[in-house]
Design a protein around this ligand. Structure first.
Ligand SMILES: Nc1ncnc2c1ncn2[C@@H]1O[C@H](COP(=O)(O)OP(=O)(O)O)[C@@H](O)[C@H]1O
Ligand SMILES: [Mg+2]
Length: 265
C-alpha cells in the first residue's frame, strides 16, 4: 500500500485556492487536461514541469487572465464566492487588483518599462482605489524596500535596470496591496545564477515574514526545491504527481518525476 501524504501540517485547514478539473485547448493543442490544484493558507505550492507542460496557462487562470473550456476556481476569502471563472471582466479585474499579485517571467508583461519604478508600484495602488499622493509614495517605497530594491533608484524606469532589479519592481508591485495570493511565473528564469539566488532569498524571506500563500511555477527543480512546501509535477498538460516537497525530492513515485529529480542531482 502506498501512503499518500498530500495534506501538509495544516491538515484540517480549508484550502485558500482550489482549482478543479480545468481543461483548455488552443486549437489542436490541449494545454491543460483535467488539472486540479490547491494551496493552503500560508503555503508555497511549486509547479514544475518541462517547457510546454501547461504551467503558465494554469497560472494565468489563477490570475483570471484566461478562462478554461471547463473547470472551476474558488478562493476562500471574505466577500469572494462561487466559481471565479463566472465573474465578468470588471469583477475579475477588481479581484486581481486587490487580492492577487503576480510576477511574470517577462517584466514587459508586468511593468510599464518607461515609467519610474515607484510609479509602477503606485499605479497598482491607484487601480485599487488609493488616492493620496503621500500614501501612494509611502506604500510604494515600503513595498520596494521589502523587495530589497535599492531606494536610491526609486525614480529609475525599469528599462534602465538589470533583470534582477526589474523582477524586484514586479515583486514590489505584486505585494504592495498585501495580496492573499502571490503568483510567480518563472520569476528567476533568465537571470544570472548569482542574481537568481539573491531574488530567491528575497522571496523566501518575504514568505517567512508575511506568510503569503504563493504559487510558483518553474521548469527549474532547484527553484522549486528552494521555496515550495508542496510540489505538483506537470507534463503535457496533465498532473503527473503531487506531494510534499521533501517527499517528491527524496522519494519520487512517477517515472517522469524520478527522471527530473535524478537529472538534477
Ligand atoms: N495563447 C496561446 N495560444 C496558443 N497556444 C498556447 C497559448 N498559450 C499556451 N499555448 C500552448 O499551450 C501549451 C502549454 O503552454 P504553457 O502553459 O506556456 O506551458 P509552460 O508554461 O509549461 O511552458 C504549449 O503547447 C503552448 O504552445
Ligand atoms: Mg511558462
Amino acid at each position: 500500500m502506498t501512503l499518500t501524504l498530500d495534506a501538509p501540517r495544516i491538515v484540517r485547514t480549508r484550502a485558500l485556492l482550489q482549482v478543479s478539473n480545468v481543461s483548455k485547448s488552443y486549437g489542436p493543442v490541449q494545454a491543460l487536461r483535467n488539472v486540479s490544484a490547491h494551496a493552503y493558507p500560508g503555503e508555497v505550492l511549486g509547479i514544475v514541469g518541462e517547457s510546454g507542460s501547461g504551467k503558465s496557462t494554469l497560472l494565468r487562470m489563477m490570475n483570471l487572465e484566461e478562462t478554461p473550456d471547463q473547470g472551476s476556481y474558488t478562493l476562500d476569502l471574505p466577500d469572494v464566492q462561487g466559481n471565479l471563472f463566472d465573474l465578468d471582466r470588471f469583477a475579475r479585474r477588481m479581484l486581481c487588483a486587490t487580492r492577487i499579485g503576480i510576477v511574470y517571467q517577462n517584466p514587459h508583461l508586468g511593468l510599464l518599462m518607461k515609467h519610474s519604478s515607484s510609479g509602477n508600484v503606485a499605479e497598482r495602488l491607484l487601480v485599487a482605489g488609493e488616492r493620496s499622493f503621500a500614501t501612494l509614495r509611502a506604500k510604494a517605497t515600503e513595498a520596494l524596500e521589502a523587495s530589497e530594491f535599492p531606494l536610491d533608484r526609486l525614480d529609475a524606469p525599469p528599462i534602465e535596470l538589470s533583470g534582477g532589479m526589474q523582477q524586484r519592481v514586479q515583486l514590489a508591485k505584486a505585494i504592495a496591496l498585501e495580496p492573499a495570493l502571490l503568483l510567480l511565473d518563472e520569476p528567476t528564469t533568465g537571470l544570472d545564477v548569482s542574481v537568481q539566488a539573491l531574488v530567491l532569498d528575497t522571496l523566501k524571506r518575504l514568505q517567512q515574514d508575511r506568510k503569503i500563500t504563493m504559487v510558483i511555477v518553474s521548469h527549474d527543480l532547484g527553484v522549486i526545491r528552494t521555496l515550495a512546501d508542496r510540489v505538483m509535477v506537470m507534463r503535457r498538460g496533465e498532473v503527473v504527481e503531487t506531494g510534499l516537497a521533501d517527499q517528491i525530492f527524496q522519494d519520487p513515485q512517477h517515472a517522469y518525476t524520478q527522471q527530473l529529480v535524478h537529472a538534477k542531482l
